[in-house]
Design a protein around this ligand. Structure first.
Ligand code: GLN
Length: 308
């Protein structure tokens, strides 16, 4: 695996310059675009990584995976009263479907859906920041993990579009807290930083029938039940890459979650997880080198979304 990752890294780095770092969140525009890291974590506890796999990056939409899982754990199937589970076929921050669909977002991974999920968690937890950070620190086995206050502030100051969607959903009765409060929480969750090794570790439960690994004394702790882990993977496969979900399913075929920080996490059930990071994005907001690297990895390993 180490050789495969080294080969993929060489091939991927030849693509530097083909994308652009996200600039609509001013703090993200400052990130050096010429970085690439990839890490694979196996269900037996082994890990492999190359390149900038230890450099922390902004989770952005990858945080939506974790908040969705926390909401599922908190209120179970009631989440489906507030959000759908169909791909949107529209940009991650699109609002066109919201009005015709009465303020019920298509899925929890587009911005509108993630805002509803954060609204659910804001109602459920007295201190959501700490509940979320606590869960992430445990999953990633990284006690110092935190959000980047500059990135959170930068997004909060420019989140007019997300705020508009929150207010619209409130007018439809699908938003229970003050939009300002939920946006504060949402911007902090998006600004959480992890590196590839930590991200692969943090999502291990999805490859391992809901079981976490790695936390000292917590190995094999059941973080999510196995049925829900399977369902979350289905949702990641169909909705994890915004309006490129079909293209990603065709090229890569694994459940994924992408973010505008340039990170992508992919799940190979029964085998392990892959986290890749390269900040240059394509027109749909997905990492150019990250998508390429995952495509090469499945070509070279033949990993599929079915447990072996
Ligand atoms: N924080 C970003 C936003 O709300 C997340 C988007 C993304 O990663 N696609 O726009």
């Amino acid at each position: 695996m180490q050789d495969i990752l080294a080969q993929i890294s060489d091939e991927a780095r030849a693509l530097f310059g083909q994308g652009k770092v996200a600039s609509y969140i001013p703090a993200l525009a400052k990130v050096n675009p010429r970085q690439f890291g990839i890490a694979v974590a196996f269900t037996d506890g082994q890990t492999c990584s190359v390149g900038d796999a230890n450099v922390p990056f902004s989770l952005q939409s990858i945080s939506k995976l974790f908040t969705f899982v926390l909401a599922l754990k908190a209120i179970g199937d009631d989440v489906w009263k507030r959000v759908g589970r169909e791909p949107s076929g529209a940009a991650f921050n699109s609002m066109v479907q919201l009005e015709t669909e009465h303020g019920i977002p298509r899925n929890p991974f587009i911005n509108a859906g993630a805002l509803v999920i954060t609204d659910i968690l804001t109602s459920h937890y007295a201190h959501l920041d700490y509940a979320l950070l606590g869960a992430l620190r445990k999953l990633a086995d990284a006690p110092m993990l935190n959000w980047n206050t500059e990135v959170a502030k930068s997004e909060r100051g420019t989140s007019h579009r997300n705020m508009a969607m929150a207010y619209f959903m409130k007018s439809c009765g699908n938003f229970h807290n003050a939009p300002e409060l939920v946006l504060d929480n949402y911007c902090r969750q998006c600004a959480v930083e992890m590196n590839c090794v930590q991200l692969a570790q943090a999502t291990m439960f999805l490859a391992h029938s809901g079981r976490n690994l790695g936390q000292s004394g917590q190995a094999n702790a059941q973080f999510l039940n196995a049925d829900d882990a399977r369902r979350v993977n289905a949702l990641l496969l169909t909705c994890g890459a915004y309006d490129a979900a079909g293209d990603y399913a065709y090229r890569i075929g694994l459940p994924v979650k992408t973010g505008v920080g340039g990170g992508i996490v992919a799940v190979a059930p029964g085998i392990g997880t892959i986290a890749v990071w390269a900040p240059e994005l394509d027109a749909k907001g997905n990492s150019v080198l990250g998508g390429f690297a995952l495509e090469r990895l499945v070509e070279l390993t033949r990993w599929t979304p079915h447990a072996t």
